[in-house]
Ligand binder design. Structure first.
Ligand SMILES: Cc1cc2nc3c(=O)[nH]c(=O)nc-3n(C[C@H](O)[C@H](O)[C@H](O)COP(=O)(O)OP(=O)(O)OC[C@H]3O[C@@H](n4cnc5c(N)ncnc54)[C@H](O)[C@@H]3O)c2cc1C
Length: 377
C-alpha cells in the first residue's frame, strides 16, 4: 500500500507543515531520533524542543505582545499533526505549549505572563501537571492537597500522583484546595510552582512497559509566592475544565499510534494483504477524527471552551488507537513469519502503554458522561 494516511486535501498552512516535515526529516537522517508512538509523553529531548523554539514553533497561538506569533489554533494543529505523525520527541515542551501557556494567556496576571511565557516559548521551561492524587483522579474536585495563606503567598501540603515528566520538569501546574466549603468544586485554586522549591520531592513510578515516565510528587509545606496564583482564587474549577479542552481536544488523542499505522500502510501490499480492509477503515476514521480536531481548534480560536467536543474527540480517538493496535497485532504477527520484518515503529512498547491511553486525561467512562450531558436535539 502506498496511500498517505495523512493526505487529507484542502488544508492551508502548508508552509508550516513543510517546515516541520523538513526539520523532522533532517533529524531522522542525522540519526538524532527514531519515530516512536506516544512521543508526546515519552519522547523527551530538550534539544529538539529548543530547535522548534528557535524556529518560532512553540507558543504560536499566543499574542505577539507576549512573544507568540498570534496564529490560530488551526495553524498550531498543522504543526502538532506533523510532529506526531513523525513520532518526534516533543514531550519536553508539550504540556507548556498545549495547555499551561494558553491558560496563562487567558487567565494569568501580567506579572505571571512576563515571568513564565518566555521560558515556555524558548523551551527552557518544562512543565508537568499536578492534578491527580491518590484519592482524586476522575473525581478531581475531591483532591486533598491544600494551599493555606501565609505572609506573601501560600503554603502547600499534599501529594500528587501519576505526574508525567515531573522528574524532568522545571515547573509544575498545581491544583490545590484553598477554601473548604459545602461544594467541592468551589474553593480550588491553580498555581505555577518551581520544581526546585524547598519541600518538593519526586519519586518515580515505573509503568507496565518498565519505563519511568510518571511520578509521585509530594509537597511538604512548600512556599508559593502570591504572584504564582493562576487566575482567580477559589475559582480554579472553571479554569481547569477549560484547560482540559486544550488537553483532550488535540491530535495526540488519535495520532499517538500513527507511526505504527504508517508502517502498515507503507508496507509492501502482499505483506499486509489480510488487513487491507481494516486499514481502509482506519484511514477513513482517521479522516473523521482529524475533522473533529479541526472543529475543536476552530472553537478554541473563537475563545470557547469546547469541553464536550474535546471529550468526544478523546473518546473516539482512544477507541481508534486501540483498533490501530489490534490491526497491527494481526499485521505484525499474523502467522506468516512477518515478525521481525514489521513492528519497528515501537509496536511492543505501544501495546504495553496502551491501557493508559483511555485513562490519562480523563477515563473513557467519565468522558462518556460528559458527552451524554450534551443537549439532545
Ligand atoms: C499514562 C498516564 C499519564 C498520566 N499523567 C498524568 C499527569 O501528568 N498529571 C496528572 O495529574 N494525572 C495524570 N494521570 C492520571 C489520570 O489523569 C488519572 O489516572 C485519571 O484521571 C483517572 O483517575 P484514577 O486513576 O484515580 O482512576 P479512578 O478515578 O479511580 O477511576 C478508575 C476507573 O473507575 C471508573 N470510573 C471512575 N469514575 C467514574 C464515573 N464517574 N463514571 C463511570 N466510571 C467511572 C472508570 O472506569 C475509571 O477508569 C495519568 C494517567 C496515565 C494513565
Amino acid at each position: 500500500m502506498t496511500t498517505n494516511a495523512m493526505a487529507v486535501p484542502g488544508q492551508s498552512y502548508e508552509s508550516l507543515r513543510d517546515e516541520v516535515r523538513g526539520l523532522v526529516q533532517s533529524w531522522r537522517q542525522a540519526g538524532r531520533y527514531s519515530p516512536s508512538s506516544d512521543s508526546w509523553l515519552r519522547g523527551f529531548d530538550p534539544e529538539f524542543s529548543r530547535e522548534l523554539a528557535a524556529r518560532g514553533l512553540i507558543g504560536i497561538t499566543w499574542p505577539t505582545a507576549v512573544g507568540g506569533r498570534g496564529l490560530s489554533n488551526v495553524a498550531r494543529l498543522a504543526v502538532t499533526e506533523e510532529l506526531l505523525r513523525a513520532g518526534a520527541p516533543v514531550a519536553a515542551h508539550w504540556v507548556g505549549d498545549r495547555q499551561i501557556g494558553p491558560a496563562i494567556v487567558r487567565h494569568g496576571s501580567e506579572r505571571l505572563k512576563a515571568e513564565i511565557l518566555p521560558g515556555i516559548i524558548s523551551a527552557d521551561y518544562v512543565f508537568c501537571l499536578g492534578m491527580s492524587e491518590p484519592e482524586a483522579g476522575s473525581d478531581l474536585a475531591s483532591l486533598q492537597t491544600t494551599a493555606s495563606r501565609v505572609e506573601g503567598g501560600w503554603l502547600v501540603k499534599g501529594r500528587k500522583v501519576w505526574t508525567s515528566g515531573a522528574h524532568h520538569a522545571t515547573h509544575i501546574y498545581l491544583l490545590a484546595r484553598t477554601t473548604r466549603g459545602e461544594k467541592k468544586h468551589v474553593g480550588l485554586t491553580e498555581f505555577i510552582v518551581d520544581m526546585d522549591s524547598p519541600g518538593i520531592a519526586v519519586s518515580p513510578i515505573v509503568d507496565l512497559a518498565g519505563e519511568h515516565h510518571f511520578n509521585e510528587v509530594s509537597f511538604d509545606e512548600v512556599f508559593v509566592p502570591e504572584h504564582r496564583v493562576l487566575g482567580e482564587i477559589d475559582r480554579g474549577w472553571a479554569q481547569v475544565v477549560e484547560q482540559l479542552s486544550f488537553e483532550r481536544g488535540g491530535p495526540e488523542r488519535f495520532l499517538t499510534t500513527y507511526p505504527i499505522l504508517a508502517e502498515i500502510v507503507e508496507a509492501p501490499a502482499e505483506a499486509v494483504a489480510d488487513v487491507a480492509v481494516d486499514v481502509g477503515q482506519l484511514v477513513a476514521r482517521l479522516a473523521t477524527l482529524r475533522e473533529l480536531a479541526w472543529q475543536v481548534a476552530r472553537a478554541l480560536d473563537a475563545g470557547d471552551a469546547p469541553v464536550q467536543q474535546a471529550a468526544t474527540l478523546k473518546y473516539l480517538g482512544n477507541a481508534f488507537e486501540h483498533d490501530v493496535l489490534e490491526v497491527a497485532r494481526k499485521a505484525f504477527d499474523g502467522g506468516h513469519g512477518r515478525r521481525g520484518r514489521l513492528g519497528g515503529s515501537g509496536f511492543r512498547s505501544a501495546l504495553l502503554a496502551s491501557p493508559g491511553y483511555s485513562i490519562r486525561g480523563g477515563a473513557a467512562e467519565v468522558l462518556l458522561s460528559l458527552i451524554a450531558r450534551q443537549e439532545i436535539m
